[in-house]
Design a protein around this ligand. Sequence first.
Ligand SMILES: O=P(O)(O)OP(=O)(O)OP(=O)(O)OC[C@H]1O[C@@H](n2cnc3c(O)ncnc32)[C@H](O)[C@@H]1O
Ligand SMILES: [Mg+2]
Length: 198
Amino acid sequence: MSQQIIIATKNLGKAKELQAIFAEDGWEVKTLLDYPEVPDIVEDGSTFEENAYKKAKTIADAFGLPVLADDSGLIVDALNGEPGVYSARYAGEAKDDQANIEKVLENLQGVPMEKRTARFHCTLAYVQPSGEHYYFNGTCPGLIAESPQGSGGFGYDPIFYLKEKNKTMAEITSEEKNKISHRAMAIKELKKDRHLIK
Ligand SMILES: O=P(O)(O)OP(=O)(O)OP(=O)(O)OC[C@H]1O[C@@H](n2cnc3c(O)ncnc32)[C@H](O)[C@@H]1O
Ligand SMILES: [Mg+2]
């Protein structure tokens, strides 16, 4: 019988990646996409930790079970760390990936490639109904391309250029992304804490 883990996300792109990475160890992932009746959780924290904790704790309370949440985003050095914790809604409440990409590209107009350094960040919060919690972080470095390339992944992947692969995150396969991504790195940290998820 496979072990089940609940992840408090409604993002389909994330859900697929998390499912694939956890499947490597035989864990079955349930997400909020399996429970459409769960209302949206307002992400009003000012850090990845605060938002990840809030998402996980809300669902841990509702289900009476330990829950994992992923709060992630794109950090662009030339934009003083923006969009950061606001990555999903950078261009407005609609959570429009295309509009978010356009806003980043517009704000970086005229910035030369060597100054377009960025990283994806992921914080996972593992929270028990009691409030006991653990955080795991992962990052993935890259550069912001001048125009979108590729159709894989989600979010900012088409403008996230990986120097060592000479491709954007949207041009590599999901198997490749799941080896190098911020999400994969955070899960690697989590898996070191074997006692949490057996
Ligand atoms: O809160 P949940 O329901 O998990 O879904 P969300 O999309 O709102 O997730 P976040 O609040 O963590 O915001 C993360 C945003 O950061 C961006 N992002 C995170 N991981 C990414 C990745 O692997 N590739 C591209 N963009 C990513 C993307 O715009 C996401 O919407
Ligand atoms: Mg969110």
